[in-house]
Design a binder for this molecule. Sequence first.
Ligand SMILES: Nc1nc2c(ncn2[C@@H]2O[C@H](COP(=O)(O)OP(=O)(O)OP(=O)(O)O)[C@@H](O)[C@H]2O)c(=O)[nH]1
Ligand SMILES: [Mg+2]
Length: 472
Amino acid sequence: MPASVFQQPDIPIAAIATPVGVGALAIVRMSGSGVLGIADRVFRKKMGKSFSFEAAEGFTAHVGTLFDSEGMVDEVVALVFRSPSSFTMEDMVEFTCHGGPVVVRRVLAALLDGGCRLAEPGEFTRRAFLNGRIDLLQAEAIGEMIHARTDAAFRTAVTQMQGGLSRRLNEMREGLLQSCALLELELDFSEEDLEFQSREELRSEVDRLDKELSRLVDSYQHGRLLSEGVSSVIAGRPNAGKSTLLNLLLGKERSIVSHMPGTTRDYIEECFIHEKTMFRLTDTAGLRESDEEVEHEGIERSYRKISESDLIIYILDLSSQDYLLEAAVAIGFQKSCPAARMLVVANKTDLTQDWTERIEKLRGAVGCVVVPMAASQGEGLGELKDVMAGMVEGLDKLHEASVLVTSLRHYEALRNASDALHNALELIDGGEATELIAFELRSALDYVGEITGKVVSEELLNTIFSQFCIGK
Ligand SMILES: Nc1nc2c(ncn2[C@@H]2O[C@H](COP(=O)(O)OP(=O)(O)OP(=O)(O)O)[C@@H](O)[C@H]2O)c(=O)[nH]1
Ligand SMILES: [Mg+2]
């Protein structure tokens, strides 16, 4: 994306703000200096000969007809927002027209012909940020709110949009700035050997801020689960019934099921929501020794997915002779992925008479929850879903109790800030030079500032806003 586009804030932008397709209504919006004049050129108000957008007040709606060079396009409602009381803090006009793809495209074309440039993805929000209406955290929260798939993710995004996390971070910045300023004052008077804040006071202030930062860093563990979903991998030997289980949980035929071992080659990912929790489910290639190149790569990917997951669903064929041997494999996964939770699905109970005894033996051997199932018959589904929900219980309560960090970008910046504060504490304890302590506090300040956008690069802005849709 050329940076130059954003260095022309004077050029008004326009975009379709609603999804493409057929709908009752759609919105085409424009923002920037000159949009009122453009609106005057393309719009005739009903029964209002002397109407002009240039003279219209903000927050007013006007019914009329929109024209392009070929004639009438549609009957529309125009909403006027006057700078600075608009989303972008610039003059804005939004046209609500009928929701057919051709109508919408022609309304947009009329605005582009009138002098607007087509907006880049997220450019309206970017302007809201650059003009100081919202900080970067709030801008990102808008994106998260739009994409939220569960109530909990939505509520977290709303809290963030209202400035919950921003307030916390700004308070922290204030505290850091205060300490930095005092240290720098000391440096200015270094010859006089003055201390403007005693080292004990400084230490306890840095320690307080560090504890607060650590709480936010820790909240990411839950925040991530909310925004991305609980990453859950279905793993097991070929033919155990992994794809059957995926399809059953999703309620649709997403993955190919066949009696041939080695059917699934690459992993397949889909989300499903149960009891307000979003699970990101992955079906993987069956685990076995394989010399065949494609299958081998698939199996490698299975292992990678398992090592990155929050929840491992290990599925085995309970009717097979050596079902008990698989307990060792399951235990091995638990050991190598200690952060993940694990459950075992003992599948194909319909194929064995003595399945209850086998389940008992298996439970004794694996030391984690074992859910008996006959996946191809849909048996055991209710219990499995409840066990899955139980394993991530507490997520909602935690969320309601506090402000959460949900984005990797924020998490990394917070961790860097926390590292800098740890360094500062060590320097204070070691009686080290003021410059060194001040340097660490400054770098913590910069990391915190990166999150809200007080310290920000063009490149970072491009990365963040390119993930938005056009028109937002
Ligand atoms: N009788 C019975 N058959 C099942 C059950 N679950 C799955 N199957 C059958 O087992 C075979 C393998 O199922 P899949 O779901 O493709 O197994 P998979 O683990 O994905 O296998 P790969 O992709 O090869 O690793 C299919 O013929 C399924 O119909 C079950 O509970 N009972
Ligand atoms: Mg499969």
